[in-house]
Design a binder for this molecule. Structure first.
Ligand SMILES: [Zn+2]
Ligand SMILES: [Zn+2]
Length: 327
């Protein structure tokens, strides 16, 4: 009589407990994020296309963020009970919109201002430097108010020249705080269109390369830079999979030649005819050094083109004051 325990035909199928699958949530690394972004801005400066002053400032600001991120530590992080409550309510772990925000984000902002002051600042726009001096002498309460206004996109109450500084400080706080909480503290949300860590909208989406994420599309948080997976050819706003198209700057998307060339484009606008919105798609396959925030700022002409065609942008770039003309 055969030993049934050893008969493979009647044994249950062995399913690995941890089947290999790409992690759908990737946290930003504060040690490299801002430095790599600064290097991306450097390449835009080198193009010498008339926007050197703007991208030179953005490179300087990213390096100040890098310096601040290397020393800053949040004063208060949510404890286990708070995290459990947020998980139970399908909330982000560190919501940007929360009234009782950790006021120590202002410390991150001051670290950015200090790092900027200490660096060689030749060629920075005078108005931007003046705004930095003003902010350095501004009270903690007022800085916190400016942070709240930016997170609420209440641009009427924020002078345009302070926006980049405030945005830089907020990003440093959220990137460092989310990294301190760690990947295990984060869970996917029911709502796929907002960041699982802070609840913010994406600045752009990214077609990734390398490892298990090869070729997959991730949305990139405008605030904490967390990346979360969303299948391709799906509207990141209304989640429709019908009526999705692509616009690019250098090609006519209505022609066959244009469609072929568009696949090599670093940045294109993914447009949705269901909700008339768009989000840019940045391809690391086309350029491995591309950065969602920097490459977005380098393609503001694409926003104008998309706007002309009647599509509204979904996610913010915190460094853009909408009341100002494109740089
Ligand atoms: Zn986020
Ligand atoms: Zn849509």
């Amino acid at each position: 009589m055969p030993n049934e325990a050893n008969d493979p035909l009647i044994q249950p199928e062995v399913i690995p407990l941890h089947a290999a699958a790409p992690d759908p949530i990737l946290l930003a690394d504060p040690a490299t994020l801002f430095l790599e972004r600064a290097r991306r801005y450097d390449t835009f400066v080198a193009r010498a296309d008339g926007q050197q002053a703007f991208f030179g400032f953005m490179a300087h600001l990213s390096r100040a963020q890098h310096a601040a991120a290397s020393t800053f530590a949040p004063r208060v992080l949510p404890d286990v009970a708070t995290l459990s409550m947020r998980h139970a309510h399908h909330m982000p772990i560190l919501p940007a919109g929360l009234a009782e925000r950790d006021a120590s984000w202002v410390v991150a902002l001051r670290a950015v201002l200090t790092a900027s002051s200490a660096a060689d600042a030749d060629g920075l726009p005078p108005a931007i430097v003046a705004a930095r001096h003003t902010l350095a002498a501004t009270s903690e309460d007022e800085l916190d108010r400016l942070g709240s206004a930016l997170l609420a996109f209440d641009y009427e109450t924020i002078p345009a020249d302070v926006v980049p500084w405030i945005a830089a400080g907020l990003q440093v706080y959220w990137v460092v705080a989310v990294a301190a909480l760690g990947r295990d503290a984060v869970q996917s949300l029911d709502v796929a269109s907002v960041c699982p860590c802070c609840g913010s909208l994406p600045v752009a989406s990214l077609r990734r390369i390398g490892g298990m994420q090869q070729g997959l599309r991730f949305l990139v948080c405008s605030l904490c830079a967390t990346q979360w997976h969303m299948v391709r050819i799906k509207c990141s706003h209304c989640e429709s999979t019908a009526g999705i198209g692509y616009l690019t700057l250098s090609t006519d998307p209505d022609s066959e030649v244009g469609k072929a060339a568009a696949t090599r484009e670093v940045v294109k606008a993914e447009i949705c005819d269901q909700c008339s919105s768009y989000l840019k798609l940045v391809s690391l396959e086309a350029d491995a050094a591309a950065d969602p925030v920097a490459d977005d700022l380098a393609t503001l002409a694409l926003d104008l083109l998309t706007d002309e065609r009647g599509y509204a942008r979904v996610g913010p770039n915190l460094f853009i004051h909408p009341g100002l003309p494109a740089a």
